[in-house]
Design a protein around this ligand. Structure first.
Ligand SMILES: Cc1ncc(COP(=O)(O)O)c(C=O)c1O
Ligand SMILES: N[C@@H](CCCC[NH3+])C(=O)O
Length: 506
């Protein structure tokens, strides 16, 4: 069942647009570009706070009979300012590397509100998490309980841990962001090797998916309630790892079971299927070890709309459905409700951000049979947004400023007759030495698009800056925050001095 908001807005709540203007809380796109330069990530921090508050509130309402925690997945976007904003709305922060831990700590988020993930954690990362009293360290492989216990013992502390389980629900916008099937690097299998029980759930958001239909998820969910499934779970690797954590109880406190099935998931059934499987594991572990796992964490993955007509996950409705499944299972088993936690990243920040680019070369390429395509080159590209190249992700763009730099284009357009209403079939490409450096594959743009025009690409608040690179030695763009007090630099633009500063050869 789809639980989605249709035609979600692609722009932050503070943006108002009409044919002639693009205003962001009283500042025009052209003003932002002139003041801070391009390419530029713009983040509406009021919107970030509103989205964080709304997710936390939905979780608290859906789980009114128990406790709900929501962690912000810092991999989506992390700066000290955003860490503080989401913390103020009651969120914890989920980190998975030394760098993410350092930023969250530097923001002043206390360890008791931090989570550490990672399929290949270093001893230093584990040590820092234990020293700082992280709320959870999420175990990702069967050898990790012993490693974490050893480090905790050496520090004279007890580490709070969760065990991450691959529940066999295959969901997510792309193979690379789907994480709960067995044949990938994350987590510990729910079921013994060779055991049937994987289901597919679709996301279909314009990025390719190899998953099967949502109907599979619900039919398999029935099977999940069978004694045979329960027995297989009771003999699976996940139960064994939970058991090992209990054996190391002097050094480890078993806080919970974790499941993250993937990212950019449109189909709420996938979350329900995953929650049901986690609850079977909780029951199976109680049956074998008599321990009531206090918390379950269902990860992130809530979808957003990237292009017009896309749906975005209706978080409130989905959390209510998950809550119903968890209540039902707990009641059936006669176990107390667990604390329930979530780790959204994209849903909190993606629609709050957009990228401004200045148009450079405009070139018409003949495709044969009288057809042509206009290649519109901008001053950024795959180094500030790798998602189209990596996942085939779709974006859209709008012209939000005209010709600040002046000058004629390199193509047919000479800057005359602007905004005539005519459009051309265009492709927005970056400045990299790479033909796959495409930001928007197919888009209609004004026929008079020209050098110096300003383009805005919406929904780049997540996995843009955090996945940015220096390919071709492009300088990573600044992130500018816009709120009701105006705008300010949240993360400065990289400089040539930064590049040369890293190159320490004589
Ligand atoms: C463990 C974990 N939690 C949370 C997230 C956040 O996912 P999303 O940004 O799709 O909400 C991810 C990324 O997929 C993840 O790997
Ligand atoms: N980076 C991915 C998703 C996050 C994967 C994290 N486990 C994206 O841009 O969609």
């Amino acid at each position: 069942m789809q639980t989605a908001e249709q035609n979600a807005s692609l722009w932050p709540s503070g943006v108002t647009r009409d044919a002639d203007s693009f205003m962001h809380r009283g500042i025009s796109a052209e003003q932002l570009a002139e003041q801070y330069g391009t390419p530029l990530y713009v983040m509406d921090t009021v919107d970030v706070a509103e989205r964080a508050r709304s997710f936390v509130q939905s979780a608290r309402e859906a789980f009114a009979n128990t406790t709900a925690h929501v962690s912000f997945a810092g991999k989506a976007f992390l700066s000290k300012e955003v860490a503080r904003i989401v913390s103020e709305q009651g969120m914890y922060v989920d980190t998975c590397t030394w760098g993410e831990m350092q930023i969250a700590l530097a923001a002043g988020v206390p360890g008791r509100r931090l989570v550490l993930h990672g399929n290949n954690k270093t001893d230093e990362e584990i040590r820092l998490a234990v020293e700082q009293g992280f709320d959870k360290i999420v175990i990702d492989e069967p050898g990790e309980p012993d490693r974490i216990a050893r480090i905790a013992r050496s520090l004279g502390k007890r580490a709070r841990v969760m065990v991450r389980v691959t529940v066999g629900v295959h969901a997510g916008g792309h193979e690379y962001i789907s994480t709960a099937h067995e044949d990938q690097k994350f987590g510990i299998a729910l079921l013994p090797a060779g055991s049937a029980g994987s289901v597919g759930a679709d996301s279909a958001d314009g990025v390719a998916t190899d998953a099967s239909s949502a109907a599979d998820a619900s039919s398999a969910a029935d099977d999940v309630q069978s004694t045979a499934f329960f027995d297989r779970v009771a003999h699976g690797p996940a139960v064994q790892t939970l058991h090992r954590v209990l054996e190391l109880g002097d050094d480890l406190e078993l806080v919970g079971i974790h499941s993250h099935i993937g990212s950019q998931i449109h189909d709420a059934d996938a979350f329900i299927a995953a929650a049901e499987r986690v609850m079977v594991l909780r029951r199976a572990f109680y049956a074998t070890d008599g321990y009531v796992v206090p918390e379950i964490d269902l990860g992130g993955g809530y979808s957003v709309a990237y292009v017009p007509g896309d749906a975005s996950m209706d978080v409130k409705a989905t959390l209510e459905r998950i809550a119903a499944a968890i209540h039902e299972d707990s009641a059936r088993a006669g176990l107390p409700l667990p604390v329930v936690s979530f780790e959204p990243g994209r849903w909190i920040v993606a629609p709050a951000g957009y990228t401004l680019y200045r148009v450079g070369t405009v070139k018409r390429v003949a495709l044969g049979e009288g057809r042509s395509r206009v290649y519109v080159s901008v001053d950024g590209g795959m180094s500030d947004n790798i998602r189209p190249a990596l996942y085939g992700a779709e974006y859209t763009a709008e012209v939000v400023g005209r010709g600040a730099l002046g000058g004629a284009s390199d193509g047919d357009s000479d800057g005359a007759g602007r905004s005539s209403g005519e459009t051309v079939q265009a492709r927005i490409v970056g400045a990299h030495c790479e033909s796959g450096d495409i930001i928007v594959h197919d888009i209609e743009l004004p026929a008079d698009i020209a050098r110096g025009d300003l383009l805005a690409v919406p929904v780049t608040g997540a996995y843009g800056r955090t996945m940015a690179s220096n390919y071709n030695q492009l300088l990573r763009p600044a992130v500018v925050a816009v709120d009701d007090n105006g705008s300010h630099v949240m993360m400065r633009r990289e400089t040539v001095e930064d590049l040369l500063g890293l190159d320490v050869s004589e």
